[in-house]
Design a protein around this ligand. Structure first.
Ligand SMILES: [Zn+2]
Length: 495
């Protein structure tokens, strides 16, 4: 089982259960690029090292308790002190009041799929810069993938991630550890020991475990931990030399095509393996791109298998046309496909087949993305734009409601990674105050140069967006606020 205690960590490495809690986080980051830093530090100084806030009149949405009404929420000493609605007006001495009329307050957003690139690829992103991007995007917890250098495949490396996040993170960071040594797909990694060290899930993301024999043994080992295995679904022999979706655009551009089947065949195989295990582990198919994959997952779930699926903003909004003119910003793994796939993915979210949203935040430098299409690395950044892009594709389109969108970005990924046991993913009196305040109507245009992450590789530059996180609280500490919040604050110190 994942760690359960939610008390702040006192020393590093002292117990296993503290490892996952350590994800919090001072705000004195090493990236000194932030106005929000000053604000957060001031807030911490003023009250018991953490801010005391009354968030007044927000539409409070907590999918777990089915709460959806206008309330006042008081945050102090790192926790939610009260949630009051109707005529009971909240009061707290010395609190900073936030006039949140017209805003949504929800559990802090959780991203189960990010690449923070540390250790080994710090020219693309670091834990400091990646978690800053997360805070700006409204995320309070992120789960980082093990395709670093070295790969996160030992208990020591799991603890290294916690230690680095504790020093320089702006949100909680939970490591997902490799299923096989070096992510080579050959030899099982120390799954039990890494679980004890605080790994919240297992994955060889970036690569698929191609051998069915190895996969089956990894499933059995992961099952003993109660964690989920997250599969990067790519049958490697079907994608040799592939640079983008196999279709009319790849044919016109003369680029190697990546068939849908490469994804579907792995999910099909894995579901078959799970059916034959006496006690299968929980299985999570990452970044779905193909309509056929949705059908396989729908059937597996109908049969009661512990299978979940995830979708990213780019697979919900862009097709292979985005790769036209050899646009490397749209080169991603798995590739952007066709309108029919988008329709199937949205339907999968709407009917409850796909229950988890993730960004697959994959930073790459401008130099790397300037290479010829075939040579450029795959991936795009997502933390700072996920919320408005998901709102556009899923809520504005009428597929799901705001409360369901919030569930898919909070309690569902929390359950996937066992973070609900830490009190994350929901809002409850007395529970850790990880909260996101959203302006669902804010209209803005994405300027990649204005993003805070180290890499700016997004195909959405110049897009008109609606909705943004205006304040992010981690354990009661304001880790980010957008300038539009300043006119809503009572406290002159903060304006
Ligand atoms: Zn992947």
């Amino acid at each position: 089982m994942p760690p359960r205690d939610t008390k702040p960590m006192k020393t590093r490495h002292d117990t296993t259960k503290n490892a996952a809690e350590a994800a919090l986080v001072t705000t004195d980051d090493q990236d000194n690029s932030s106005d929000t830093q000053t604000l957060a530090l001031r807030a911490r100084r003023r009250s018991d090292e953490r801010g005391c806030f009354i968030i007044r009149g927000a539409r409070v949405i907590d999918p777990t308790s089915k709460l959806d009404r206008v309330c006042d929420v008081v945050v102090a000493a790192g926790k939610v002190q009260s949630i009051a609605s109707g005529s009971r007006k909240a009061h707290a001495d010395g609190a900073t009041e936030i006039d949140a009329e017209g805003l949504i307050l929800c559990p802090g957003l959780i991203d189960p799929h990010v690449h923070l690139r540390e250790p080994g690829h710090e020219h693309k992103e670091t834990i400091a810069t990646g978690t800053h991007a997360a805070a700006v995007g409204g995320f309070t917890s992120v789960c980082c993938m093990p395709n670093t250098s070295p790969a996160i495949d030992t208990p020591e490396l799991v603890r290294f991630i916690y230690d680095r996040a504790n020093l320089s993170g702006r949100c909680r960071v939970f490591p997902v550890a490799a299923g096989t040594k070096g992510r080579e797909g050959k030899e099982i990694a120390e799954i039990l020991l890494m679980h004890k060290a605080g790994a919240v899930a297992f994955s060889d993301d970036g690569d698929c475990i191609a051998s069915a024999g190895v996969m089956s043994r990894v499933f059995a080992a992961v099952a003993q931990t109660g964690s989920a295995f997250m599969q990067h679904c790519q049958e490697p022999t079907l994608t040799h030399g592939a640079a983008m979706h196999s279709g009319t655009v790849s044919a016109r551009l003369g680029l190697g095509g990546w068939p849908r089947m490469a994804e579907e065949i792995i999910i099909e195989r894995d579901v078959r393996l799970l059916r034959h295990l006496r006690s299968p582990c929980r299985y999570h198919a990452q970044h779905l791109s193909s309509s056929g994959s949705v059908d396989i997952i729908r059937l597996a779930r109908k049969d009661g298998l512990p299978v979940t699926g995830e979708v990213t903003p780019h697979h919900l909004l862009l097709t292979h046309d985005a790769c036209d003119h050899y646009n490397t910003l749209a080169k991603v793994n798995p590739p952007l496909r066709e309108k029919s796939d988008i329709t199937a993915l949205i339907k999968g979210v709407a009917d409850g087949t796909i229950t988890v949203l993730g960004t697959d935040h994959a930073p790459h430098s401008a130099e790397e993305k300037s290479l010829p299409f075939e040579d450029a690395p795959m991936g795009l950044v997502g933390l700072e734009t996920a919320l408005p892009l998901f709102a556009e594709s899923l809520v504005a389109s009428g597929a799901i409601s705001w409360p369901r969108l919030i569930a898919l970005m909070t309690i569902e990924p929390a359950r996937l990674c066992g973070l609900d046991a830490l009190g994350l993913g929901s809002i409850k009196k007395g529970q850790t105050a990880d909260l996101t305040l959203i302006d669902p109507k804010a209209k803005w245009t994405l300027d990649p140069a204005a993003m805070v992450g180290k890499s700016k590789n997004t195909p959405f530059g110049g897009r008109r967006l609606t909705g943004r996180a205006v304040a992010t609280f981690v354990g009661g500490v304001l880790t980010h606020h957008h300038e539009s919040l300043e006119t809503r604050l009572s406290d002159p110190l903060l304006t």
